[in-house]
Design a protein around this ligand. Structure first.
Ligand SMILES: [Zn+2]
Length: 180
């Protein structure tokens, strides 16, 4: 499966992605496998250099031009690997507490600089079908993990991380917010 990363200049990125029918079709599973494979490889320095690609930790289907509510995540944490192929995710709980990455967020679809704090919920609960483990799951995520999930989820609604930055006060930290 060949694809190109769609950039934020393309209006399709602002569209809302559509629910995916379950059980998952072989075609949709192939899309998820392709995306997960890409993200994994992008973290291999030699591979990334050779193919002139950026390292990513998540990708939504819309980023390869497919308007479907699904995304993949892959990164290493001290205690192991975090990986998902989430389909039709829903955020079912949000914390009052907020957080933001102190160095800002990045996105494979965004080449421009957008300094500032992208405000996120510190803790969320997300419900989804995980095609990697073939089951319905509920993920409770905090801090960085929660930010990654919210970033990818936003793509399904046509939003970018910079839409979460206050254009007038990009450096303002909220009262209930922790920088991580
Ligand atoms: Zn992104």
């Amino acid at each position: 499966m060949k694809f190109k990363i769609v950039k934020d200049s393309n209006p399709i990125m602002k569209q809302k992605s559509l629910p995916v029918s379950l059980p998952l079709s072989a075609e949709d599973k192939e899309i998820l496998d392709t995306m997960l494979d890409y993200i994994k490889k992008s973290q291999d320095e030699d591979y990334a250099k050779k193919h002139n690609i950026r390292a990513g930790i998540g990708m939504a289907a819309i980023q390869i031009g497919i308007l479907k509510r699904m995304f993949v995540i892959y990164y290493e944490r001290e205690d192991g690997i975090v990986q998902y192929q989430l389909v039709n995710p829903k955020i079912i709980e949000y914390s009052y507490r907020k957080c933001a990455l102190k160095d800002g967020e990045g996105c494979l679809s965004v080449d421009g600089e957008h300094p500032g704090y992208a405000h996120r919920y510190y803790k969320i609960k997300m419900e989804a079908y995980d095609a990697l483990t073939n089951q319905d799951i509920i993920i409770t995520a905090r801090g960085f993990d929660a930010i990654v999930l919210q970033h990818e989820y936003d793509h399904l609604d046509g939003l970018f991380f910079y839409d979460r930055i206050d254009a007038k006060r990009p450096d303002q930290v909220l009262m209930n917010e922790e920088l991580i």
